[in-house]
Design a protein around this ligand. Structure first.
Ligand code: ING
Length: 329
């Protein structure tokens, strides 16, 4: 039987890493986080990683849990420029190690607009892609019922950049790159918009409480991680792409965030998973050609999708009650 020789010339191999961060306390400055992230970059270099994904809001504690009446009192949580004096050492380390990285941070624009933002940065320091979180969970005003506040709708505007995918050179080869942030992973629309742009690697960070803080209805705690992994694994499978999903984990000022960062392949399989709730690097080697199979068979969108029946997805915001059955057919 003739065994087809593997054409290694066509293989685009990329060594991926999630650089999970443990807790950042409210009183800790950016220098603490940046120092820890540089140590994770050193580990990534030792392990041959070419892409490193840091968490959502990686420079500060998850401050949307704290209510501020006057937004000016929250300004210190935001970056007015990137890099800044505090973050420049991170960019310098990435340049030194030749590593491209994803960084989540709170962005305040010169016009004063506030976004939950992520950027993808080449070793040169060039920012290749910027994304602003579209799906903001939680609420805008103080909610007395909640165990813990989740004020993302107070501190950020919904993202205005859509879900862009860009084809850019990473470690000397072209990769179709996309990003989302935390709650976005729970919305299949976010994955599909990027799948329709042939995304090959989705990078996302998250800060997710290990217990339901809404105090409305019961959610068994073990389901928190299950729902996170379910969302990411199905997103990858249904759009035939890889994902690096990186947690900020551990207990911040008494409030626990779960870890369980994962790297997932286009079959939806977990390739690597963090086992601590602290600073931890997980690494997996991706053959980007593995995105082809799904895109050319089960999820060949051009052959199988029927957008004429999908109108509600784009046109309708909330759900509406169904028609009542009146008997007959
Ligand atoms: N955190 C959480 C997330 O989507 C959340 C909020 C948790 C929403 C669990 C629904 C269920 O992972 C952020 N920062 O979006």
């Amino acid at each position: 039987m003739y065994v087809q020789a593997k054409d290694t010339r066509m293989t685009r191999s990329l060594v991926l890493a999630a650089a999970q961060l443990g807790p950042i306390q409210k009183a800790e400055g950016r220098d603490v986080a940046v120092g820890r992230m540089i140590r994770l970059l050193e580990k990534a270099h030792q392990r041959g990683a070419q892409v490193v994904v840091f968490p959502e809001l990686a420079l500060t504690t998850f401050f949307p849990r704290w209510y501020e009446e006057d937004l000016a009192n929250a300004d210190h949580w935001y970056e007015a420029a990137l890099p800044s004096n505090e973050t420049a050492p991170l960019f310098e380390a990435a340049r030194k190690y030749g590593i491209a990285f994803h960084l989540g941070y709170a962005e305040k624009t010169p016009e004063g607009r506030r976004f939950n933002t992520a950027v993808f940065v080449l070793p040169s320091g060039e920012i290749v892609l910027k994304y602003r979180k579209v799906h903001l969970p939680g609420h805008k005003e103080f909610d007395p019922i909640r165990h813990v506040q989740h004020l993302e709708k107070r501190y950020f505007e919904p993202g205005d950049l859509g879900f862009p995918v860009i084809r850019a050179p990473v470690a000397g080869q072209p990769v179709n790159l996309g990003m989302m942030i935390c709650n976005d992973r729970r919305w299949p629309e976010a994955w599909r918009v990027m799948g329709l742009q042939q995304v090959e690697l989705v990078m996302l960070g998250y800060n997710t409480p290990s217990l339901n803080m809404e105090n409305r209805g019961f959610e068994a705690p073990h389901l928190r991680v299950f729902h996170s992994h379910l969302s990411i694994q199905s997103g990858c499978y249904q759009n035939s792409c890889f994902a690096i999903a990186t947690a900020k984990a551990g207990t911040e000022d008494g409030h626990e965030l779960f870890g369980h960062s994962i790297i997932v392949n286009p079959q939806g399989e977990i390739m690597a998973q963090a086992t601590s709730w602290d600073d931890e690097l997980i690494v997996a080697e991706a053959d980007l050609g593995k995105c082809e199979l799904g895109r050319k068979t089960i999820f060949d969108f051009a052959r199988h999708r029927r957008p004429e029946h999908y109108g509600r997805i784009a046109d309708q915001v909330g759900s509406v009650p169904p028609a009542e059955w009146k008997g007959g057919a």
